[in-house]
Design a protein around this ligand. Structure first.
Ligand SMILES: Cc1cc2nc3c(=O)[nH]c(=O)nc-3n(C[C@H](O)[C@H](O)[C@H](O)COP(=O)(O)OP(=O)(O)OC[C@H]3O[C@@H](n4cnc5c(N)ncnc54)[C@H](O)[C@@H]3O)c2cc1C
Ligand SMILES: NC(=O)C1=CN([C@@H]2O[C@H](COP(=O)(O)OP(=O)(O)OC[C@H]3O[C@@H](n4cnc5c(N)ncnc54)[C@H](OP(=O)(O)O)[C@@H]3O)[C@@H](O)[C@H]2O)C=CC1
Ligand SMILES: Nc1ccccc1C(=O)C[C@H](N)C(=O)O
Length: 463
């Protein structure tokens, strides 16, 4: 057991709130400082990012503090993608094998559940309406603004965790230190949240157990189900251009556009104009930085050190996995060398954070464009057959990311090798039946042997 520390976490979002439970479990005293008021007392969601897709990495972290079962009760399984074309025709693509799903959960519901878990714990204290405004990394002093009184406050914890999201103030302080690498990159797209209400009977107006996609090449809309029967839709759309946020100036423009490109959705969206003109446009940014810690006194975690665009549905899952990994490292941590611990943590996580950032950008093109292509869907079916036939040699990229805890960097690299094989295989495929052709089987066996050899070679080089 290491010495009990006074720990401050900036940001009581999903990652900060979960982290507090893990740290308190190890006997530390934890104070969380959150810019927003207590969301449990506020029924408004702020109109942004209302639900999230939770998958295996996230579930694992929730299991670690015993909240998995409670969350499952309010999580809606989405077994696959449901594509809507411009005529309203539907195509379904499963995410994985039978029984593998991603889960739609309410962001505020999950955040509140994590907060409630700490209620009986005397070692965890939430301080709401406290905005971190500046951090002195050398002394670990944090300046806060009490947004209720308008007064400044000061704290000086033993350890400081920056879980303050994509626009982190703690990271901002690190950016001013020497040799700190930082890169941010915005997409030319923004997002706007819209909604499909429950039916009059209180049910779901479209298939409940799917993630709906209206792929339109350069842009798309998606919808995730909520437990009250509604769907939260998100339009991912260019800021500028012929079809863009800038081009939709009034209700007539909006209705004409939606009726033309999302005809089956528009009839289910009675509050479309109101939602569209009152909800903000969110920006989409990737943040990469290094290091994530400063002199063993402060550490960034979650979006604060690796904000990714949302297209893989992995941002929160990756942040939760940070906690699982840190907790594993704390298992064998003795003494007081937090600097060594933080450095080992950031070295281990950084390649994986970079990989999921890149995978997320790639998945945008898949979702908005490729899923509308019958050949792409055929390729997915063929890949599922390969994985079925060679389960120990082939896990599809999407499954590695979503349904395993294999490192994201391994998934990305293996996915690239598999992509090359698939391109060769698909030259012989016109229909799913072609999978059994002898030349396809021969090609696959040859390619899989080569892939195994490459894997062994790479493993040997790493030793
Ligand atoms: C549209 C959209 C859809 C998404 N969908 C998914 C999904 O399906 N699955 C998934 O896994 N991920 C998804 N994500 C990503 C996910 O939202 C983030 O990865 C996740 O919220 C990160 O958690 P966090 O706790 O690190 O940061 P946040 O959730 O941003 O929490 C940071 C907290 O810090 C507080 N804060 C900020 N600045 C300060 C300050 N100066 N002082 C004090 N407090 C501060 C904020 O108020 C906030 O409560 C999505 C993101 C977006 C934008
Ligand atoms: N990777 C990505 O593309 C994105 C990731 N996210 C993640 O999801 C979390 C929750 O989302 P949400 O509830 O919508 O968070 P918010 O939109 O409320 O953003 C949280 C904070 O970030 C500030 N902010 C928002 N956009 C920008 C910007 N473009 N440049 C600088 N500061 C900005 C907001 O400032 P103000 O109060 O002035 O608006 C606010 O202080 C975010 O905190 C973030 O971690 C969110 C959006 C995009
Ligand atoms: N939650 C999201 C939010 C925004 C955009 C995509 C998602 C997804 O989850 C996509 C899903 N993983 C998919 O590949 O179909």
């Amino acid at each position: 057991m290491t010495e009990r520390k006074n720990i401050a976490i900036m940001g009581a979002g999903l990652v900060g709130s979960l982290l507090s439970l893990y740290l308190a479990k190890r006997g530390h005293k934890v104070d969380l400082y959150e810019r927003r008021p207590d969301l449990r007392k506020n029924t408004l969601d702020g109109g942004r990012s209302i639900n999230l897709a939770l998958s295996d990495r996230g579930w694992r972290a929730l299991r670690g503090i015993g909240i998995e079962e409670d969350v499952r009760k309010v999580a809606i399984p989405m077994h696959g993608r449901m594509m809507h074309d411009e005529q309203g025709n539907l195509t379904f693509q499963p995410y994985g094998k039978e029984g593998q799903s991603i889960y739609s959960v309410s962001r505020s519901g999950l955040n509140a559940a994590l907060m409630n878990l700490s209620e009986p714990n005397p070692d965890i204290t939430y301080h709401f309406s406290r905005q971190a405004t500046d951090v002195n990394l050398r002394t670990n002093e944090v300046q806060l603004l009490n947004l209720e009184t308008g007064n400044p406050e000061n704290i000086q914890p033993d350890l400081l965790f920056g879980a303050d999201g994509a626009f982190s103030v703690v990271r901002g302080a690190m950016q001013k230190t020497e040799r700190f690498n930082y890169a941010q990159s915005y997409l030319e797209y923004g997002y706007k949240e819209l909604s499909i209400p429950p039916t009059a009977a209180g049910g779901w107006a479209i298939e409940k157990n799917a993630l709906h996609i209206w792929p339109r090449g350069k842009y798309m809309m998606i919808a995730l189900p909520n437990i009250d029967g509604s769907f939260t839709c998100t339009l991912f759309f260019p800021y500028d251009g012929e079809q863009s946020f800038a081009a939709i100036k009034n209700e007539a423009d909006l209705m004409a556009f939606f009726t033309e490109v999302f005809p089956d959705a528009v009839s289910l969206m009675p509050t479309l104009a109101q939602d569209y003109f009152s909800n903000p446009i969110g920006s989409l940014v990737t943040v990469k930085c290094f290091p994530w810690s400063y002199e063993g006194k402060s550490l960034l975690i979650g979006d604060a050190c690796h904000a990714v665009v949302p297209f893989y549905g992995q941002g929160m899952n990756a942040g939760f996995e940070d906690i699982t990994v840190l907790d594993q490292m704390l298992d064998s941590f003795e003494g007081d060398d937090w600097e060594a611990l933080f450095e080992a943590f950031e070295r281990r996580r950084k390649p994986n954070a970079d990989a999921i950032a890149d995978l997320a950008v790639m998945n945008f093109i898949e979702m908005r464009d490729k899923v509308a292509d019958p050949r792409f869907l055929l390729r997915k079916k063929i890949e599922a057959r390969i994985s079925q036939q060679f389960p120990d040699k082939w896990i599809p990229l999407y499954s590695m990311v979503t349904f395993t805890d294999l490192p994201y960097s391994y998934a990305l690299e293996t996915g690239q090798q598999q992509d090359k094989i698939m391109k060769k295989v698909m030259k012989h495929i016109q229909s799913i039946e072609d999978y059994d052709k002898p030349e396809v089987q021969r090609l696959l066996e040859k390619q899989l042997v080569q892939k195994e050899k490459l894997k062994k070679y790479n493993a040997a080089m790493e030793v």
